[in-house]
Design a protein around this ligand. Structure first.
Ligand SMILES: Cc1cc2nc3c(=O)[nH]c(=O)nc-3n(C[C@H](O)[C@H](O)[C@H](O)COP(=O)(O)O)c2cc1C
Length: 367
């Protein structure tokens, strides 16, 4: 059905198509009777103190303001991440600011945190939260000076921790000037240290531990990534999300759209993201990694898991493959677990990672 709709959807500007998709998901959510997926099936994952029916989540940015949570949960995701939201509502960059690279199954966006503000999202989550875990991604307003960025993140934490299963500190959008400088080791240590304090205070007051995930970029010079990972190893966060979009233009050649400024997502990002997942996993064996970037089929999902991800997210794949993609990927992962003779994903992955590190051929099940 989506395949026949797509040519029509792709005739309208990408942002208009996105608005239409969110509206359709809201209608779908209103009509769909919510079903609670079992959290002990073969794809179930227990990580960050949370139970996920499956490891595949929706990446931040698709539903920034939490408008279509019911419909999105009904697609079969194991978890949803909403945001990025900032303390105050802001319009983002002027349009056009979202571009399709259809042949490459990619997008370039320079939206710039267009969002309705943290209080709007808090009100929506107060009114409704789906039965699956919901992460909330927080950022800084464009006009907050960088040296005050920590204040914005603390405001975001205070407003949204009561309604989140985990919070993501977005240090990696390429579309807010200077944001990525917050990944610089000393700055990251101070910022995340402050949020750790807020997390502790929230726990003392509510009895709830809200895990903090840090979302990182794929565009590091090797030593810079190592320096950031060394800071994260000091215990300033509970999870790493790798990665955000890239400002590079890998494998795009002479596509005219490639010249648009902004972050590239989708298929051309997969290898870059996987490299960062793999290096983060090696440097931080005790910190769960949420792998995101270019997942558009079960094989790519499996490869991100093999590289070290415990959970996965996608965005651009949904635009090109449609909502069935969630089930297609989950079915492919379940086949992979079964084909290896394992009873759950965790065991299948441990065995496959052991095979990889001992140099034996990985299981070559085709999807
Ligand atoms: C249109 C668009 C908007 C996005 N907005 C956000 C955002 O607000 N916050 C964020 O952390 N990531 C945002 N992202 C990045 C995605 O969450 C994800 O990290 C990236 O797109 C790579 O995954 P993908 O290849 O599956 O799309 C956005 C991506 C796209 C395409």
């Amino acid at each position: 059905m989506y395949k026949s709709l797509r040519p029509w959807l792709f005739r309208v500007p990408p942002e208009t198509a996105h608005e239409a998709a969110l509206l359709a998901l809201r209608v779908f959510g209103a009509l769909h009777r919510p079903s609670v997926a079992p959290v002990d099936g073969p794809l179930a994952v227990h990580v960050l103190g949370l139970r996920f029916a499956n490891p595949l989540g929706l990446a931040a940015g698709f539903d920034k303001n939490g408008r279509a949570l019911r419909g999105l949960a009904a697609l079969g995701f194991g978890f949803l991440e909403v945001g990025t939201v900032t303390p105050r509502a802001q319009p983002g960059n002027p349009r056009p600011r979202l571009f399709r690279l259809t042949e490459q199954r990619a997008l370039i966006n320079r939206l710039g945190f267009n969002n309705a503000g943290m209080e709007k999202l808090a009100a929506r989550l107060r009114a409704y939260r789906p039965a699956i875990p919901v992460g909330v991604n927080i950022g800084k307003n464009r006009d907050t000076p960088l040296h005050r960025a920590v204040d914005d993140y603390r405001l975001g934490f205070a407003a949204l921790a009561p309604y989140a299963d985990y919070l993501t500190v977005n240090l990696s959008s390429p579309n807010t000037p200077g944001l990525r400088a917050l990944q610089e080791p000393d700055t990251a240590r101070l910022l995340l240290g402050a949020l750790r304090e807020d997390q502790g205070a929230f726990f003392r007051q509510s009895g709830r531990h809200i895990p903090i995930a840090v979302k990182i970029a794929p565009d590091f010079a090797p030593q810079t990534l190592d320096a950031l990972l060394a800071v994260l190893k000091e215990g300033v966060c509970d999870a790493v999300i790798a990665t955000n979009t890239t400002i590079r233009r890998p494998t795009l050649g002479h596509v005219p759209m490639a010249g648009e400024q902004g972050g590239l997502s989708g298929v051309p990002l997969a290898a870059l993201s996987r490299e960062i997942i793999s290096r983060s996993f090696k440097a931080l064996p005790d910190i769960p990694i949420i792998g995101v970037g270019g997942i558009n089929n079960a094989e790519e999902a499996w490869q991100h898991l093999l590289a070290g991800a415990s959970l996965l997210q996608l965005y651009t794949g949904l635009i090109y493959e449609g909502p069935r993609l969630v089930h297609t990927i989950l079915a492919g992962l379940a086949d992979r677990v079964q084909a290896g003779g394992h009873d759950d994903l965790g065991n299948a992955l441990s065995a496959a990672r052991r095979n990889l590190s001992s140099g034996s051929r990985p299981n070559t099940v085709k999807f």
